[in-house]
Design a protein around this ligand. Structure first.
Ligand code: HPA
Length: 245
């Protein structure tokens, strides 16, 4: 079964049929919200709003472990995680859709592993390629089928937030090889790997990152919802195509 995790601008998935909500409790506490089971283009999917349905949780307040555990518990095998980002690389302009292939993690203090505590064995998962190759390909193939241009491959730098970055921090991220900057990609991707979920991300560029291009003097917080509103229709069509397979 496929799950879609929705980020900022995608707290609900319009067009879901036969909707049923399920509250899942986990040993790690409560997920961001009840899971929504429904049909996208006739195919069963599970939807989870990462920030809660009312967008009440900041990136560092999200219980990533509970979210991933809940998806696993209801039988999810594949996850497409939608996340808004700032663009660092020149082709990652506002409104672009990007399927990243690498991660640099700058977050701290988040519950980031299932393998801790007296009852858990010390376990190291391989994370050389943090995103599942076949789910990435399914997203890219769906984009080709619906004629949606998507950037294939980018390094996602995950910052702690909730504040946006300084221009110097973005320069450092660029020197580190980051093409995108977001706040929610980690530890979500690593937890999915630990849980054995095949996970890939679909990033929506909301703005040029701090100090770059149109954001040279500052990031316009009023432009971001306009860009996201315009992009989410394309994201929804693409996700329906992914579900169709
Ligand atoms: N930085 C971090 N996260 C983001 C940004 C950004 O510029 N835009 C959207 N999410």
């Amino acid at each position: 079964m496929l799950a879609i995790i929705g980020g900022s601008g995608l707290a609900k998935l319009a067009g879901l049929g036969n909707v049923r909500r399920e509250v899942v409790r986990t040993p790690y506490g409560d997920p961001s919200c009840a899971l929504t089971h429904g049909e996208l283009d006739g195919r069963p999917i599970v939807f989870l709003a990462r920030h809660g349905y009312g967008h009440t949780l900041a990136p560092h307040e999200i219980n990533y472990r509970a979210n991933v555990f809940a998806l696993k518990r209801v039988g999810v095998e594949r996850v497409v995680a939608v996340a808004t980002v700032g663009g660092i690389r020149a082709d990652c302009v506002a409104g672009a859709l990007v399927v990243p292939d690498q991660i640099v993690d700058y977050t701290w203090g988040r519950g980031h592993t299932f393998f801790e505590g007296a009852d858990q064995p010390v376990t190291h998962v391989d994370f050389t390629w943090p995103y599942d190759a076949s789910v990435r390909e399914q997203v890219l193939e769906a984009a080709r089928r619906c004629g949606e241009p998507v950037v294939d491959g980018a390094v996602y730098g995950c910052t702690q937030g909730p504040r946006l970055e300084t221009a110097a921090e973005i320069e450092r991220l660029a020197r580190d090889g980051c093409d995108l900057v977001g706040m929610t990609g980690m530890p979500e991707a690593a937890l999915a790997r630990e849980a054995g979920l095949a996970y890939a991300a679909l990033c929506v560029v909301a703005n040029e990152a701090a100090g770059r291009g149109k954001s040279r003097a500052g990031i316009s917080l009023t432009d971001i919802p306009v860009v996201l509103d315009a992009a989410m229709g394309r994201v929804r069509r693409l996700l329906a195509e992914v579900a169709r397979g």
